[in-house]
Design a binder for this molecule. Structure first.
Ligand SMILES: [Zn+2]
Length: 343
């Protein structure tokens, strides 16, 4: 497997400071309270001000770090002018509402991502969810596991500040002028519904968000809100959009480190999913539930948080196999889906 070439090795900016990755482009990091313990954000010089890409999760230590950064970088002569958010996940949009108020700026975001953020931020988890229960039971979870994963729903408002009621829509092919340079919006799918990446041809820089990461593969999951989805097909086809970017593109991902080697990384991600598809297919030699496929793919114990993502990933692979005519689905009387190889 190709090893990406990291611009700064494994050096990272200290909390509340930045590293200059290219003229006018600064890298900063914010902590995350998960196993994946950080997110990368980007500060772009924008003429007489600044544009920031992504915001961090809504927690006090992240706000404090923003206050330190603001004191260092933002001034009356050179204020923060715009916040761009790649997608609705809490580590990206978490502090957008707070920052828009604090600095008096607008949020720019794809329509679907803003809508999802708004929708989830209003969902306190109190609603009746028989359909979600049916989804997890259908995937082969027992009653206790179903209760655990359902218990994770409604936590979004705890980790995002209120989403702004108004926003600026960005979408596929838009050219954003930032600091006199054009940044083109490239929309990725599969990880999030309308994930914005930003590419500057003049600087040969791609802000890839979570769509392309150098070390881990982005989560691609079927969620109970859209139980018949085939997100892996969306993810793989949207990766092809990045193939015509120059081989020497510097990629700025949301996790781990800035890197060179975009085209090889695209090949690796495709290969990774091909291997996972084969493993999933083998797991369906005799009838297998989504949970059986999960066990074959991961082969380790999970806590509820990990289980929530792992079942989504397992279903993403079997749904892709089903759509390609490689497995069939049979639902038993209790509503559990069984997948079986078509040979
Ligand atoms: Zn994400």
């Amino acid at each position: 497997m190709y090893k990406p070439e990291y611009l700064f090795g494994t050096d990272v900016p200290e909390l509340g400071t930045t590293l200059n990755v290219a003229p006018g482009v600064y890298w900063l990091r914010m902590p995350l309270p998960f196993q994946l313990n950080h997110i990368n954000l980007w500060l772009l010089e924008d003429g007489d001000g600044w544009t920031v890409v992504d915001t961090g999760i809504a927690r006090d230590e992240v706000k404090e770090a923003w206050k330190i950064l603001a004191a260092t970088y933002f001034s009356r002569d050179k204020p923060l002018k715009r916040i761009i958010v790649t997608h609705y996940h809490p580590d990206h949009v978490g502090l957008a509402g707070w920052m828009c108020e604090e600095f008096g700026v607008m949020l720019s975001m794809p329509l679907t991502e803003w809508s999802f953020a708004k929708m989830f931020s209003l969902d306190t988890g109190q609603a009746k969810r028989d359909d979600f229960t049916a989804f997890y039971r259908g995937a082969g979870f027992d009653a206790a596991m179903t209760k655990e994963v359902n218990g994770r729903i409604g936590r979004y408002p705890n980790v995002v500040s209120p989403i702004p009621n108004s926003f600026v829509r960005i979408g596929e092919g838009d050219e954003l002028s930032i600091g006199g340079r054009n940044w083109r919006v490239i929309i990725g799918t599969g990880h999030a519904p309308e994930h914005a990446c930003l590419y500057c041809d003049e600087a040969k820089i791609l802000i890839s968000g979570d769509q392309i990461l150098p070390r881990i593969s982005p989560n691609v999951s079927v969620w109970p809100q859209e139980p018949t989805a085939n997100p892996l097909a969306l993810f793989l086809s949207s990766l092809d959009k990045f193939r015509n970017l120059p081989a020497n593109t510097l990629v700025l991902p949301s996790h781990d480190w800035p890197f060179h080697g975009l085209l090889q990384r695209l090949d690796d991600l495709r290969l990774h999913h091909q291997e996972r598809l084969e493993k999933s297919w083998q797991a369906c030699a005799t009838s297998a539930t989504g949970f059986d496929v999960l066990k074959a793919l991961f082969n380790r114990e999970f806590d509820a948080h990990q289980l929530f993502f792992a079942i989504g990933e397992a279903l993403a692979h079997v749904h892709h196999l089903e759509a390609s005519g490689r497995v069939s689905r049979h639902r038993d009387r209790s509503g559990v889906d069984y997948f079986k190889q078509i040979t």
